[in-house]
Write a protein that binds this ligand. Sequence first.
Ligand code: ZN
Length: 371
Amino acid sequence: MIDEVLKRWLAMPDKCFSRDSRVDDTAIHCDCSGLINLLVEELGGKLPYGIARPKAVHYFSVLQEVGSRHVDALKAGHLLSWRKEHLPKSGDTGHVLIVAAKPEKLDDAHYKVSVFDSTKARNGLSQRDIVLQVDKQGLLIGVRLHDDETKIKRTAMYHQALVGSRYCFGCGLPARVCCCDCVSALKEAPPIVILRHPDERKRTLSTVSLIKQRYPTVYVREGETFSAMRYPNLCVLFPEDATVDEREGERPNAEGLPSLGVGEGGGDERTLLLLDATWRKAKKMLHDNQWLSELPRVALAPSQISDYLIRKIPTPDSLSTVEAFALACKDHALQDLFRTFVEKQIALMGKEVYQRNYGHYLNFEEAKTKD
Ligand SMILES: [Zn+2]
């Protein structure tokens, strides 16, 4: 189906690269994200985060939640994307394309892939080959987009089938708990960067998806070791003297200090690093990344107990990643979105199951078991 549409568009006499995307019977004018927007509209799908004209970064954002980084899972009809860390005020935010065929192995670290995309270099829509680089595990780590580029660009990439996914592309959540239209997306994200342990995304409930629904351009890096990041007044959200053993399996969030001044403008704005990992893994991330362990630390002081009713919290001041984010930038709409999401989960499991499995939790809500 995707193939059919793209081949029809490819055969059109009037193709060119344009920031104003349009298609009719004889012409297709588009940039990289414009091509995907036209395709999604043609197929009757949902655009990421309810944005009228999403850019590459928005596709990247949703693919990072619902997709794979592995070359073996890359197939025809998959959307593949990467993004710039620092987004320009206008112009390219990254790249997004459609995979035309399964990748062909060139050597242990490189694959050739046929793709459909729209680029300035080809003046619009074309089908061509690009080169992808993989690490020893087969994870995508780099790309050469044009033959005349001598170096492979290192970047994180994610992909997923555009059609037939069990996820909703509109919100990046499993379709059964779709939260499209529950919150409006904001154009700019607060100065918060998320470092996510790879295990976090394997969980069925990733609360970072909710953060992205509100702040689609938030920068998330996935891994266990990270190269040092340069941002003004960088600090990490982590308690100074955490007693990790007591909190085994849980998240490094709330403790003690007054709330952050992020997202409020002013000259000495801080950039906050948020670790999306269990306690043990967050501590290991600090240990394995010396630059991270040397950063100033801050902690949040939540005024109420976590709304994460379906995950065990170790202490009354423990927060989920999305709640820490909401508290750091004082965003009540994001906290409300989280509540809606948790309520949908409880409705799906049923009141009795909620009572039985979660009744002993610190933040159990009796009211959720009543009509
Ligand atoms: Zn949705």
